[in-house]
Design a protein around this ligand. Structure first.
Ligand code: C2E
Ligand code: CA
Ligand code: CA
Length: 275
């Protein structure tokens, strides 16, 4: 216990120093699985430390939340992502839809909305080009608190997505109360599509619910062509996962964009010969 706590403090100490200079952001494409078209990207924080090596976000994000560093880290990620959107617009004349992970602890800060507005105006970003992803489990514990912030985001035109959808065992009423635009089916359900007897019925039910509530939907963790094909044939057209691309460093993503202008090589129909 003592050892674990010492490691946590060491990570937090080094992270605090790294946020403004060593934090990187990688981008994972989200694609239309029928046409192969790029729909947007998810920004994912990356941190390489000279002493600790590569520290995965699954480790440093919870520490940042616990140690009061998440707002600074989250805004640093958002700034880098917005700067990249502006750069891609200038260099490649493309307007990339950007999804950014946001901790509920960030939403609680009074300055949060002002900071988002400042970035939108500094980088001349269309508000609807930005989507904030909040995990379902965190959201469910904070529906009351999140309501006014989400209301303001909706007024601004910034989109909101529920991340890891399906893991929170919720009564779903929060989806309308919080003006959610999109849900991301958690990758555990995609993994279980062909491995459990209930896998397909759960994902079908989630897709039907999203359609009935006119919510956009994206499947996370699509790793195989068979999963992509099943999702498309059941009404979920947008996918994200290793089958299409791993998260990429900005320059790798730019090369990916150039190599896949319409992304046709990725489409499910094109891949039908792989069945
Ligand atoms: P997430 O938001 O659910 O992000 C998706 C995670 O799944 C990413 O892990 C991504 O690399 C991974 N992934 C993508 N496609 C596949 C696939 O086909 N198969 C599998 N097995 N995994 C796939 P990553 O980058 O390690 O991030 C882990 C988590 O850390 C994220 O989960 C998110 O909750 C959090 N995170 C990352 N960056 C940020 C950030 O800037 N702010 C906040 N608050 N959280 C972040
Ligand atoms: Ca996410
Ligand atoms: Ca997720």
């Amino acid at each position: 216990m003592e050892h674990a706590s010492a490691i946590k403090y060491r990570i937090a100490r080094r992270l605090r120093a790294a946020i403004q200079k060593d934090l990187k952001v990688h981008y994972q494409p989200q694609v239309d699985m029928v046409s192969g078209r790029l729909i947007g990207v998810e920004a994912l924080a990356r941190w390489y430390d000279t002493e600790l090596g590569h520290v995965p976000p699954g480790l440093f994000i919870p520490i940042a939340e616990e140690m009061g560093l998440i707002s600074e880290l989250g805004m640093a990620v958002m700034r880098i992502a917005c700067a990249d959107v502006a750069r891609w617009r200038a260099i490649h004349s493309t307007s990339v839809q950007m999804s950014i992970n946001v901790s509920v602890l960030q939403l609680r800060r009074l300055e949060f909305l002002d900071e988002v507005c400042a970035l939108i105006s500094q980088f001349e970003i269309e508000p609807s080009q930005l989507e904030l992803e909040v995990t379902e489990s965190a959201l469910l514990d904070n529906v009351g608190e999140a309501r006014s912030t989400f209301e303001r985001l909706a007024q601004l035109g910034v989109r909101v997505a529920v991340d890891d959808f399906g893991t929170g065992y919720s009564n779903l009423s929060y989806l309308h109360a919080l003006r959610i635009d999109r849900i991301k089916i958690d990758q555990s359900f995609i993994k279980e599509l062909f491995t459990t007897t209930t896998g397909q019925s759960i994902v079908s039910a989630v897709i039907a619910m999203a359609n009935a509530m006119t919510l956009d939907i994206v499947a996370e963790g699509v790793e195989t062509w068979a999963q992509a094909r099943w999702l498309v044939s059941h009404g979920c057209v947008i996918g994200q996962g290793y089958h299409f691309s791993h998260p990429l460093a900005p320059e790798e993503f730019e090369r990916w964009m150039i190599a896949n202008p319409a992304g046709l090589s990725l489409s499910v129909t094109e891949c039908s010969s792989h069945s």
